[in-house]
Design a protein around this ligand. Structure first.
Ligand code: M6R
Length: 602
């Protein structure tokens, strides 16, 4: 999704902006641009496509001396991905970048047009710069004009504005889209997440919704609706190592391999002998709670679906799962005996965040399961359990799914333990399985090589069905989503028992069925579902610890003592299958077409 970087100071600004935007590349974008004002020297560059196009355009340009600068990667919402629609947007003497959506932009644009203002782009963002200049032309006071501008905006925004009228100042505002300010001595940085400023700034302040102000002479003047506001900076980590590819071909590949190590971090300090500890939660956190409602999008939604089986089975508490974008508009019945859980890798997904705000307004207690500390969802929640997956750069989520599912499993056991609704023997069995999870997640050369070879038979056909039962149904959904995202082939996840209620009509030798056949969970049932497909000549790739004669291809898994171990091992197989098919198809694995890492618009 769109990314913002800003810098005010004496360092070379072009490189700071381009490096910062590079760090945000993984979020997905289709054009990029920068604007720099040094005294009276004003420079603006834009390019569609990858950042290397912008680098090429700016190769003969260097900025020196004091200046103000802003940059942006755009993921098109209003208007096509063209240079004219790329940010920064120019007025007569000012530039603006913006993330989010200005909902009343059409009204504002019509008003401005009727006053004779010309628009170059089809974007909602351009209205901001023209509004600013309209007010500035009247008052000649830059901050006053900026303040007036943002009071006119409805919707979500994080915005930076620079103007020749105040060539030593960056104006900023945040409402509903993430934005932070980094500090190092007299240098001030802005960004839509902390990765662009790690290694540059030493301290950070995460702006709250409704805050705005300006940066000048190394200082921030901050306001909200109550007027001028004090704020406290916090230390910013300097560790960027996690963001490198470490010799793997793709971030996604690296992230699949990392899962075994990272899952141990997710468990660290939370699994103690035969007890579960979640220090993040107050002792009375679950008091009065008799139902769980989990809300998420995409992959995070699939981990939620998986957990519903675990919660109801282990805790005996009712658990409903909601797709955030549906939940928001269905006028849900919310009662305060329900714990509202959101799951999000990024912590910035607009629909999930808004669903959380709705639940809070209805008086529900909230818990988030998130990978990014200090993200909007984390800050909005009453409590958070961090997944500790480290930065996930591949747009197709892998380790986030593994760690979310692990946290949810831990949480189910924790609730059961605290409510004394689980026997010592069962808790011991669960903990024992958990401890073996890192092994089940190891990618062996043999497995990877086998999937590489096998993938060449799955490049055509008229579609994939991933099928499974119980927790292996959400895993089938997730396997299909992974394949869709990076191969651009049509794939569906389906409950195995439902195939005969319609989809089996599609079965022929060009229908590829990826059958998740765990030994520990309804093996005989899924076996007969797969036999029905085989009888109709569907091509079957079976994933199971038990040999299956009717399979055209077979991946034999090793861990067969607990459903969750089978789940995690099969998850890796489906991830590698998607990866290898997509590599053969020559696709952009880490930045698949049309997708964004963090979906900050609804
Ligand atoms: O950051 P979130 O977990 O809230 O993101 C939710 C979805 O946008 C995300 O899982 C998306 O489906 C991924 N591309 C899946 O690989």
């Amino acid at each position: 999704m769109c990314g913002i970087v800003g810098y005010i100071g004496t360092k070379e600004k072009k490189e700071i902006l381009l490096d910062g935007l590079q760090e945000l590349e993984y979020r997905g974008y289709d054009s990029a641009g920068i604007a720099i004002i040094e005294g009276v020297k004003l420079n603006n560059f834009k390019a569609i496509g990858k950042l290397k196009n912008l680098r090429e355009k700016t190769k003969n340009y260097t900025s020196d001396g004091f200046g103000i600068s802003i940059g942006h990667t755009r993921w098109a919402t209003h208007g096509k991905p063209t240079e004219l629609n790329a940010h920064p947007h120019l007025g007569a003497y000012s530039y603006v970048v913006h993330n989010g959506i200005i909902e009343n932009y059409q009204l504002l644009k019509d008003e401005l047009k009727s006053e004779g203002v010309g628009f170059l782009s089809q974007t909602d963002t351009e209205t901001i710069v023209h509004l600013f200049e309209k007010y500035h032309n009247k008052s000649n006071k830059a901050f006053e004009a900026f303040e007036k501008t943002i009071t006119k905006l409805e919707g979500a925004y994080a915005t930076l504005l620079i103007t020749e009228a105040a060539a030593d100042t960056i104006f900023f505002a945040k409402n509903g889209s993430p934005m932070l300010i980094g500090f190092d001595k007299n240098e001030v940085y802005f960004a839509s997440s902390d990765t662009p400023i790690i290694g540059k700034a030493t301290e950070v302040y995460y702006l709250e919704d409704g805050e705005y102000g300006y940066a000048k002479e190394g200082k921030i003047t901050l306001f909200n609706s109550d007027g001028k506001k004090k704020f406290t900076k916090q230390a910013l980590t300097a560790n960027k190592a996690l963001a490198q590819k470490d010799g793997y071909r793709f971030f996604m590949e690296k992230e699949i391999y990392e899962q075994s190590r990272i899952i141990s971090e997710t468990m660290m300090g939370r699994i103690l002998d035969d007890t579960i500890a979640l220090d993040e939660l107050d002792a009375n956190f679950f008091d009065g709670i008799s139902a769980l409602k989990i809300c998420a999008c995409g992959t995070s939604y699939h981990s939620a679906l998986t957990s519903a089986y675990l919660f109801e089975r282990i805790t005996k508490i009712r658990c409903d799962i909601e797709i955030a974008s549906e939940f928001r508009y269905k006028e849900p019945l919310l009662t305060d005996d329900t714990l509202f859980i959101t799951i999000s890798q990024s912590g910035e997904t607009a629909d999930t965040l808004e669903a959380l705000k709705m639940a809070k307004r209805a008086g529900l207690r909230s818990l988030s399961i998130c990978n990014v500390d200090n993200s909007s969802i984390v800050r909005e929640s009453d409590a958070t359990i961090l997944t500790r997956a480290g930065i996930e750069k591949g747009v197709a989520s892998t380790k986030a799914f593994a760690t979310q599912t692990m946290v949810l499993w831990i949480l189910a056991l924790y609730i059961a333990q605290e409510r004394k609704s689980i026997s010592k023997e069962i808790l011991h069995k669960e903990v024992d399985a958990m401890i073996h999870t890192p092994k089940a997640l190891i990618v062996t050369d043999t497995l990877h090589e086998k999937l590489h070879r096998l993938s060449k038979r799955y490049l055509h056909g008229h579609g994939f069905f991933f099928i499974g039962r119980d927790i292996f149904f959400p895993l089938a959904l997730e396997g299909a989503l992974k394949l869709k995202e990076i191969s651009y082939l049509h794939a569906e996840g389906y409950p195995a028992g439902e195939m005969k209620h319609g989809p089996i009509a599609l079965a022929d030798s060009e229908l590829f069925t990826i059958a998740l056949m765990p030994k520990t969970m309804h093996y005989e049932k899924i076996k007969s579902n797969v036999e029905e497909l085989s009888a109709r000549d569907a091509t079957i790739l079976a994933i199971s610890p038990l040999p299956f004669d009717l399979a055209d291809d077979f991946i034999q898994t090793k861990y067969d003592s607990h459903p969750m171990l089978e789940f995690f091992e099969m998850m890796v197989v489906t991830q590698l299958l998607a990866l290898e098919i997509s590599v053969r198809l020559g696709n952009d694995i880490d930045m698949p077409r049309n997708l964004a890492k963090s979906v900050t618009v609804e």
